[in-house]
Ligand binder design. Structure first.
Ligand SMILES: Cc1cc2nc3c(=O)[nH]c(=O)nc-3n(C[C@H](O)[C@H](O)[C@H](O)COP(=O)(O)OP(=O)(O)OC[C@H]3O[C@@H](n4cnc5c(N)ncnc54)[C@H](O)[C@@H]3O)c2cc1C
Length: 435
């Protein structure tokens, strides 16, 4: 997937970041004839876009995201054909379990609101849940279900977008960090990389958990924090469920090979770094409200960050090129508790083992919805970032909308509520999820 020869010096669009947002944007732009260069500091899809659960769900989303997800679902159902690749797409629906009547009542409200927005969502009784997953046992009283939702294998989807973009002429450069965004006359004009400059009238920042640092190189202040999420793959079990499930104690989906991806509910792991202090004020209301749901870790990550900031550190000079192939530590207690929770739901899984576990840093904004679109005071600079733990499912439509924004100057769906300037205006979306 490495572009051969010297780096392309000129493009219509330069994309920073080879996750799903960057690769899908590269694909839809290149497909429409744009000359695209994508630079990635490490391997394509090494960060969030290969480490997530793989849910492509419309349900339980912020109202600002639902119209985007309704369109995105139409892309998902044809994506394997569109990209000519096996993505392990399964349209098995998405189910959120209610552990008690209080939660069932809350889900009922969500169902009403999301149905009004056009989603095929239902409230299920205990018996209806049982019919959907006959072998599942547990104390749940019902749930919320969207039959048209699905799941797919994240790394396959992201690399398929990158490959298809290249087939349409996009140049993709792994291990080629954008060290800074270039500016002239008050506008973004390209990026500087270790392989030289790439000039382009449009710079798309899709740098995931690094977008705040990238945009800082041109004086933009993007409030963002990173939360460590843990996932595990179990040993293969008999075919049990096509539906992706968020239980009270465990979220899971069963892959076509019989293994389950599982993740635990409960407090999120939050590693304090120097970046944590930068936007503290913006995140404080969220911390105060959800302090029970955040587990703060002051340790190695902070020390490493301080080390990188020292004047003699090469990482200070090349912060992005020095942050490749990162392998955050999974929370092994969570792995065991989610395995246990899956066993409780399926007591007949007597030989349920863990094959592997991993973690990834989720990039979250203060209101847990993304930042999409241009930055008025920096012409030529566009954000597609801040997906706050649910950007995999949204990746295809984000790519399509970014192509429209660049090539048509407007998008077919309203993304104004996700604008960058909402932070400075103090008009944050009402946060729905805790990340
Ligand atoms: C454990 C976990 C579970 C999740 N589960 C789900 C789920 O089930 N469903 C869902 O929809 N979402 C889920 N998510 C969220 C989802 O994975 C992300 O929202 C999505 O992948 C974000 O894609 P991205 O392209 O914005 O970022 P990333 O995939 O993080 O990609 C950003 C890329 O930019 C590169 N980069 C950064 N700085 C530079 C630079 N200066 N120069 C060049 N390249 C740079 C990085 O190396 C990285 O590869 C989960 C996330 C995690 C971690």
């Amino acid at each position: 997937m490495v572009a051969e020869g010297p780096i392309e010096k000129q493009a219509d669009v330069v994309i920073i970041g080879g996750g799903i947002a960057g690769c899908a944007s590269a694909y839809y732009l290149a497909k429409r004839g744009a000359k695209v260069v994508l630079v990635e500091k490490g391997r394509i899809a090494w960060e969030q876009s290969s480490r997530n659960w793989g849910f492509a769900r419309q349900q339980g989303r912020h109202p600002l995201e639902i119209p985007l997800m309704l369109e995105c679902n139409k892309l998902w159902v044809n994506l394997e054909r569109e990209l000519n690749a096996d993505l392990e797409w399964v349209q098995g629906g998405n189910l959120r379990l209610a552990p008690d009547e209080r939660e069932q009542a809350r889900l009922e409200e969500i169902v009403k609101a999301e149905r009004d927005l056009g989603l095929d969502i239902k409230l299920l009784s205990k018996n209806e849940v049982q019919e959907l997953v006959p072998t599942m046992r547990g104390p749940w009283v019902g749930g919320m279900y969207t039959p048209s939702d699905g799941h797919a294998e994240p790394i396959k989807v992201t690399t398929a977008f990158a490959r298809a973009a290249q087939e349409h002429g996009a140049k993709v450069y792994p291990y080629c960090a954008a060290e800074r965004v270039l500016m002239a006359g008050g506008r973004a004009i390209g990026v500087m990389t270790p392989r030289g400059e790439v000039k382009a009238p449009v710079v798309l920042c899709a740098a995931g958990a690094w977008s705040s640092k990238v945009s800082h190189t041109v004086g933009l202040d993007l409030p963002q924090r990173s939360v460590r999420g843990t996932v595990a793959a179990t040993t293969a079990q008999t075919p049990t469920a096509k539906v992706g499930v968020w239980g009270g104690k465990v979220a899971f989906r069963q892959k076509k090979d019989g293994t389950f991806y599982i993740a635990g509910a409960g407090a999120a792991d939050y590693d304090i770094t120097l970046e944590s202090f930068r936007h503290l004020r913006m995140f404080l209301p969220n911390y105060r409200k959800n302090w029970r749901l955040l587990r703060l870790h002051i340790g190695m990550e902070l020390l490493r960050d301080v080390g990188r900031a020292m004047p003699w550190s090469p990482a200070r000079k090349h912060p992005f090129a020095h942050a490749v192939d990162l392998e955050p530590k999974p929370n092994l207690k969570k792995v065991q508790s989610s395995r246990q929770a899956l066993r409780e739901l399926f007591p007949h899984f007597t030989d349920l083992g863990i094959q592997r576990s991993w973690a990834g840093y989720i990039d979250a904004t203060p209101d847990a919805v993304p930042v999409l679109g241009p930055v008025p005071r920096l012409q030529g600079f566009i954000f597609a970032t801040g997906f706050s733990g649910h950007g995999f499912g949204m990746g295809p439509i984000v790519g399509k909308l970014m192509a429209e924004l660049v090539l048509d100057g407007k998008t077919s769906l309203d993304i104004s509520g996700l604008r960058y300037t909402r932070f400075a205006e103090g008009k944050l979306a009402e946060a729905r999820e805790v990340i």
